[in-house]
Design a protein around this ligand. Structure first.
Ligand code: SF4
Length: 288
């Protein structure tokens, strides 16, 4: 723990942490304020929500979606956004992972007093992820799962008649995706992976039925962990059994190394990605 005083309240309180985003010493109170204020600014500047909308928070029980649900509820009340919030969870059917994390979501439902709907792959598609992996082996599991989950979220969102789905993608996730798409030469995905809202009328390529938004787009993963830790939020932190995606894993490690050298690297990658202009003549894959 740093011995310095907080730079934000100018020495009124001792620092409790060093902000990963800025490397400055902060007390807990000022860190909470800064973290929440920045998410509020993202929501306002990017016009993520309109008064009266119903927003489904895609809730997995992990740190990102738990912090998202907590902060959205808090900001909705503090700034009178006029939103109706609901939790939407997808049970992929992964024993020892999703069953445990859903218990966390159920507790979050009580803690935040929000409605919750859980949809299962088994009910929707007749197959759980455990059964799919048994049939196809441990290869490309996330590809199957990702497609199913996108559809499942849409179906859940339609069931709940929501206007938008808010997901817990953070700045590190987006920086990883930008680099991954550059390295793979995936121009179509590169073009849209920086968008804070996808699947709306301005996004002809996304293919989702319900628009999705990422209020944590500029929030660093390390700050999300610190916020959840100091706020004592109830979240689940085990990795999915089928997750190892070697390519993304390498990029994640690379970004963490860059962050150690220069904390602004994550935001810099996002800003660079946002400025990339894709030529009109660029060949796009046709979505099937
Ligand atoms: Fe599905 Fe892959 Fe996520 Fe596991 S890590 S829940 S298999 S997308």
């Amino acid at each position: 723990m740093p011995s310095a005083t907080c730079v934000s309240c100018q020495g009124q309180r001792p620092a409790a942490l060093v902000r990963p985003k800025t490397s400055e010493p902060y007390c807990k109170v000022c860190f909470f304020e800064a973290f929440e204020r920045e998410i509020h600014e993202t929501i306002v500047n990017e016009q993520l929500f309109k008064p009266g909308e119903t927003i489904a928070v895609a809730a997995s029980g992990g740190k990102d979606s738990t912090v998202l649900a907590h902060v959205l509820k808090l900001l909705n009340e503090r700034h009178s956004y006029g939103l109706k919030l609901v939790l939407l969870s997808i049970d992929e059917g992964i024993t020892g992972y999703r069953d445990d994390s859903l218990e966390t979501v159920k507790r979050n439902q009580q803690q935040y007093d929000l409605p919750l709907i859980i949809l299962t792959y088994k009910e929707l598609y007749g197959w759980s992820m455990d059964e799919i992996v048994k049939a196809v082996g441990r290869k490309n599991n996330c590809t199957f799962c990702g497609v199913f989950r996108r559809q499942a979220l849409d179906r859940g969102a339609m069931k709940l008649s929501v206007n938008k789905i808010a997901t817990g993608h953070n700045a590190d996730d987006i920086a990883e995706t930008i680099l991954m798409n550059i390295l793979r030469g995936d121009i179509a995905r590169l073009k849209r992976c920086t968008s804070i809202i996808t699947g709306d009328e301005s996004d002809e390529n996304e293919g989702s039925v319900i628009p999705r938004c990422k209020p944590l787009k500029y929030a660093y993963e390390k700050e999300i962990v610190l916020y959840a830790f100091y706020k004592r939020l109830d979240y689940f932190s085990t990795e999915c059994l089928y997750s190892p995606n070697a390519y993304r894993g390498n990029i994640r490690t690379y970004i963490k190394d860059l962050e150690r050298l220069r904390p602004s690297s994550i935001i810099d990658i996002i800003h660079s990605g946002e400025q990339v202009l894709v030529k009109q003549t660029a060949k796009m894959p046709v979505q099937r």
